[in-house]
Design a protein. Structure first.
Length: 320
């Protein structure tokens, strides 16, 4: 594959993929250096896609919340793994120059997640149609929902999806309490299910499981048979979870939901392959090139090759 497409996360701009707040190079430079064409977009209603009043109400994430969930999680210990966070450069708190540079890149975002998702789906489809070749979608956090939606609309133009700590878990928010509930399981906007779904709140039958210590999970019930996501079934999918992130206790539930809906998923827990100390903003942290190398090996392996082999550190890449 020679096409890589990156979707951005809530309240952050494309520049987070270009440069890191400590002055280091971003992932765009890394993947361009390795021969990829990178299409880096702003979400609708932010950055180069400006908001106007008729678009709806805006919201913002306070700096204090960013400290607690993204940059200084070890100080607050809001989930068991938070104290393992060591890779953010600087102190991660207000007044630190790296934190302030990062926070300067945050912007307001549209409050309606359904509106955000439907508009980025339409824009993403238009971009894929213009590119005209299958792409690798790289998504992060809130934008994980955007990747599922774009791929659902144009499965023939998506070679694979890399979801970095995608929005989840299904149907609810557990640690990070956002203003949305993902009534379609993975998204707030409609996905294509088989059998078809018109009213997800009544037609998607749910069960709650708790087979991971300290973490419950809402997935589809076993009876009637779980509805499938046929447009996503043929797309290679990788979910990546950082060791110290608030996604560590819940990303397994997203993976379980995808598998139940007929999608084969590779799930890389960075801590389990020796990449330690990362939080939710893993692509901006000290060892971001080491993580990018893991993704690149997965992207470049043959479709039939076990993904586990792509997770094994390679000598030259381990030193990045």
């Amino acid at each position: 594959m020679n096409k890589g497409q990156n979707w951005l996360t809530v309240s952050f701009l494309l520049q987070n993929w270009l440069n890191k707040p400590d002055g280091g190079r971003g992932w765009a430079s890394y993947f361009i250096e390795h021969g990829y064409e990178c299409y880096i977009v702003d979400q609708t209603f932010r950055g180069r896609s400006p908001w106007i009043p008729e678009n709806g109400t805006m919201a913002a994430i306070p700096a204090e919340m960013i400290q607690k969930f993204f940059t200084a999680t070890a100080r607050y210990k809001l989930w068991p793994e938070a104290e393992l966070h060591t890779q953010w450069p600087g102190s991660g708190v207000i007044g630190d120059p790296i934190f302030d540079a990062y926070y300067a890149s945050t912007v307001q975002f549209i409050k309606s997640q359904t509106q955000q998702e439907t508009t980025i789906q339409a824009a993403g489809v238009a971009l894929l149609d213009r590119i005209g070749q299958p792409v690798i979608l790289v998504t992060h956090s809130q934008a994980g929902a955007h990747g599922w939606l774009v791929a659902d609309a144009r499965p023939e133009l998506v070679h694979s999806i890399i979801a970095l700590e995608p929005a989840g878990p299904p149907f609810e928010n557990v640690i990070y309490k956002g203003p949305y509930s993902r009534v379609w399981g993975l998204t707030n906007a409609p996905l294509t299910y088989s059998p078809a779904v018109v009213d997800p709140e009544t037609e998607i039958v749910k069960q709650t499981i708790d087979d991971r210590p300290g973490s419950r999970c809402i997935i589809q019930a076993d009876s009637p048979p779980p509805r499938q996501l046929p447009n996503l079934r043929g797309i290679r999918t990788l979910v990546v979870t950082a060791e110290a992130s608030f996604h560590r206790p819940t990303d397994w539930c997203v993976v379980r939901y995808l598998e139940q809906a007929g999608i084969s998923v590779d799930h890389v827990q960075l801590g389990d392959i020796g990449i330690r100390g990362n939080g939710h903003m893993l692509f901006l942290e000290r060892n971001s090139d080491e993580i990018a190398a893991v993704l690149r090996r997965w992207m470049e392996e043959e479709d039939t090759k076990p993904a586990k082999e792509a997770q094994e550190p390679q000598g030259e890449e381990k030193e990045l």
